[in-house]
Design a protein around this ligand. Structure first.
Ligand code: ATP
Ligand code: MG
Length: 428
């Protein structure tokens, strides 16, 4: 016998019970996105490696150590499984000229790939829902994104979530802060860890983002970017906050919040929870005005956010009193005999045409064993056909979830009866 094959570490199968929960979650998310006027965009899962180097930033965890990159064997091209969605979305918008004379509200959802150490809430293939608003400059859209997140958490009944907010200012303001930050960090260089030393000159802002508890003292004493913001940036930030107060969305300003990716400016935010251990952040985003030009498009402002679906689902399912109900068919069709097969097969198709969900028994067996399968299917009704019923042109209808008589009806009458019993629809 050959050895049993296994999936890759950190890449999960979603078996039917779980996959149905995902579909229920995705349906809520889709309705929520529509209610804010966002439209879907779907891009390929692999892109040129250079897109992520330029779009995410050379000195980020993602590009430095987390990407699944390989050479296309056929043409030697360097390609990468997407580690996030913004770069691809922006690439596509530029390539297809979607910003010509109009801004865009877009969303995407799907698998992302990062080579990380798998643990609860952290996987190598994980899923994000991301929202991007391209071509909008004002603070209103930044606030819209935050407020819409709050609404989704409420729709899902999430508890114990906190909004952290900061502003990274513009490039000039960051440059002034950066040189003072570097000087400060150099004074403490001996006490930095390896990552800190390496990032000191390449990406000093990221040193403030460290999770190393030993560095917290240094981080707390560091010059804060917020003190370097000019008038415009401050005004933008203040309007975002005013709109959040307007919508009664509480927030905490965290001057050390810098986000992992290089392209952010002005507003940045993260939603955190104490319920997911080290994986505290389950959604993050902000403004990234420089990115479109950086990827070769005509300069245009933009902002967005992405949530990790696994982490949001962990919070969602934990907060529910009862599990998400599994999908169950309306009808399970049981049949026996040659004449019954064709008749039952046709009746099942008629029911589906009328909008019912119907599982047709395949694989034979006694009536008794088929009825067991019908029960196990969680169907509300069994429709039973033997050769006698087929000859008389009727089927037997039997309720499976409550006590009730088995009755004999024509296929036409069956449709009306089910419409009435399952959905309260009376025949016209
Ligand atoms: P972390 O600090 O946890 O590594 P991140 O800053 O790398 O997160 P982002 O790049 O901002 O995360 O991605 C947005 C969201 O995607 C995160 O808030 C998280 O919910 C989710 N996410 C990121 N990496 C993973 C992963 N490896 N597995 C599961 N979810 C993830
Ligand atoms: Mg990460």
């Amino acid at each position: 016998m050959s050895t049993k094959l296994q999936g890759l570490r950190g890449m999960n199968d979603l078996l039917p019970d779980e996959a149905e929960r995902w579909e229920a979650f995705e349906a809520i998310v889709r309705d929520w996105l529509k209610s804010y006027g966002y439209r879907p965009i779907r891009t390929p899962i692999v892109e040129a490696t250079s897109l992520f180097c330029r779009g995410v930033g050379e000195h980020t965890d993602i590009v430095e150590k987390e990407m699944y990159s390989f050479e296309d064997r056929l043409n030697g091209e360097q390609i990468t499984l997407r580690p996030e969605g913004t770069a691809s979305c922006v690439r596509s918008v530029i390539e297809h000229n979607l910003l010509f004379q109009q801004p865009q509200r877009l969303y995407y959802s799907g698998p992302m790939f990062r080579h990380e150490r798998p643990q609860k809430g952290r996987y190598r293939q994980f899923h994000q829902v991301g929202v991007e608003a391209l071509g909008f400059a004002g603070p209103d859209i930044d606030a819209e994104h935050i407020v819409m997140c709050r609404r989704l958490w409420d729709d899902l009944g999430l508890e114990d979530v906190e909004l952290q907010l900061n502003s990274l200012g513009d490039a000039e303001e960051r440059a002034r802060h950066r040189s003072e930050l570097i000087a400060y960090l150099q004074r403490h260089e001996a006490d930095l860890d390896e990552d800190g030393k390496r990032r000191l000159l390449t990406n000093p802002l990221r040193v403030l983002d460290t999770k190393n508890p030993a560095l917290q003292g240094i981080v707390e004493g560091a010059p804060q970017l917020i003190a370097y913001l000019g008038e415009e940036s401050l005004k933008h930030f203040e309007t975002v906050q005013a709109l959040l107060r307007e919508a009664a969305v509480p927030y905490r300003i965290n001057p050390r919040l810098v986000r992992g990716l290089d392209y952010y400016n002005r507003t940045v935010f993260e939603w955190t929870t104490s319920r997911l251990g080290a994986q505290a952040t389950f959604c993050g985003g902000g403004r990234y005005d420089p990115l479109i030009a950086q990827l070769g498009g005509r300069p245009a402002p933009a902002c967005g956010f992405a949530m990790g679906m696994e982490r949001v689902m962990l919070l969602w399912l934990e907060g529910q009193d009862t599990d998400v109900p599994l999908v169950s068919p309306d009808v399970y069709v049981v049949h026996q005999g040659d004449a019954a097969l064709g008749f039952a097969f046709r009746a099942a198709e008629q029911l589906r045409s009328a909008g019912f969900s119907v599982v047709f028994h395949c694989g034979g067996g006694s009536f008794k064993s088929q009825m067991k399968k019908a029960d196990g299917s969680r169907a509300t009704y069994a429709v039973i056909v033997g050769d006698d019923e087929a000859a008389a042109g009727v089927v037997a209808l039997k309720p499976l979830r409550e006590v009730g008589e088995q009755i004999s009806v024509t296929p036409e009458r069956l449709t009306e009866l089910l419409a009435d019993r399952l959905y309260g629809v009376q025949p016209a």
